[in-house]
Design a protein around this ligand. Structure first.
Ligand SMILES: *Cc1c(COP(=O)(O)O)cnc(C)c1O
Length: 361
């Protein structure tokens, strides 16, 4: 399979594009192109088409509208010191996309084909990549079930689409987010789709997000479905807890039990923290551990991580059981250090010793 290039005949004018790239927001503007590839049970994957960004036309009986067979990825292209552009661990996104596909009974896309589509879109829309550290071109690959029919069965057709949007820093680095630990709603249960990056997980989470907002919180924290006490994730991000302070601090993250989404940022931070000399551990952390740890001061910092926001400090936690504040409620030094190190690697100003960056231009 290859990517066939059809340049847009009507790109956004350069001065308007540059204005948008200078203050991009998040998901506000889309680039000039997209990539589309079709899969059919009988013939497999078609070549992908890079073409002008625009609407999709679908029959109202298309399966995705009825049974929600959809998966997605989120990844970023970062400007480098010499003006080049790198993707961060695109092969990891490709592998997770294939795993998500398998769980939702969608076709697995070959890793090289997936990465190739991303590289071609970044090349075609390279002028849309913002220039400042912390900013990036956010790439959104997704796949939908496109067989027409209302029968409940795995679709025999699928469409892969890749779009891109210039992105500012997602959360304000100077602020810590306030979280609502939801004891009412569940994000994922054993045997469910918690490990897959599928739209359905998000659909099921939005009512809790609404409840968090009503409580004056920015994000929801999920606990496990069975015992209703183990901390899993925050919204669309994984969590980290810093125990102790300074050089002897230990950095721990909830263990992947099958219901957490295995974040690529989470995985990268396990290495980055160890490189910085911290002990790291994947553990089970309960709501009680969180409350007692911040009360005693043993937990000195908490942060969330994911591609969109990279690293975001967590200050106050609220739940039906009370309100707990970590440290002074502001981002801590280790959170800042890890964010700066990871961003430095992504932007090519800190040595990429794990070979994570894939140069596109
Ligand atoms: C995407 C996602 C994450 C973060 O994964 P990254 O690969 O680090 O971006 C965490 N939790 C959920 C539920 C997600 O969908």
């Amino acid at each position: 399979m290859k990517v066939i290039i059809n340049q847009s005949s009507n790109p956004v004018k350069a001065d308007l594009r540059d204005e948008r790239v200078k203050s991009p927001g998040f998901g506000k503007y889309y680039t000039d192109h997209m990539v589309v590839a079709e899969w059919d049970e009988k013939t497999g994957w078609s070549d992908a088409q890079l073409k002008a960004y625009g609407p999709l036309t679908l029959d109202p009986a298309t399966m995705v509208f009825h049974y929600g067979q959809e998966i997605f990825e989120g990844m970023k292209a970062y400007i480098q010191p010499d003006g080049g552009i790198s993707l961060f661990r695109p092969d990891a996104n490709a592998k997770r996309f294939a795993k998500s596909a398998a769980r939702i009974a969608l076709p697995e896309m070959p890793v090289d084909f997936f990465v190739q589509t991303v590289e071609e879109l970044v090349k075609a829309d390279q002028n849309w990549v913002p220039k400042n550290v912390g900013e990036s071109l956010y790439l959104r690959p997704f796949m939908i079930a496109t067989e027409v029919g209302l029968g409940v069965r795995p679709s025999n057709k699928a469409t892969y689409v890749l779009i891109a949007t210039p992105a500012a820093a997602y959360f304000n680095a100077a602020n810590a987010v306030t979280v609502w630990i939801s004891t009412e709603y569940v994000r994922a249960a054993i045997g469910g789709t918690g490990e897959a990056k599928c739209g359905g997980n998000y659909a099921a989470s939005l009512v809790a997000q609404k409840q968090a907002a009503e409580q004056g919180c920015d994000q929801v924290v999920w606990i496990d479905a069975k015992e209703r006490k183990w901390i899993e994730e925050m919204g669309g991000m994984n969590l980290y807890f810093v125990k102790g302070k300074g050089k002897d601090a230990k950095i721990v993250t909830p263990k992947l039990t099958g219901t957490l989404l295995p974040g690529i940022t989470r995985d990268s931070i396990l290495s980055v923290a160890a490189d910085l000399g911290y002990k790291t551990e994947e553990v089970m952390i309960s709501m009680d551990d969180w409350r007692d740890g911040v009360k005693s001061g043993e937990i000195s910092e908490i942060f969330a991580c994911g591609t969109a926001a990279v690293v975001s400090a967590v200050g106050t936690a609220k739940s039906a059981q009370g309100t707990w504040v970590t440290g002074d409620g502001k981002p801590g030094p280790i959170t800042d250090q890890i964010r700066a190190t990871l961003l430095g690697i992504q932007h090519g100003t800190i040595a990429d010793k794990h070979g994570w960056n894939k140069r596109v231009i």
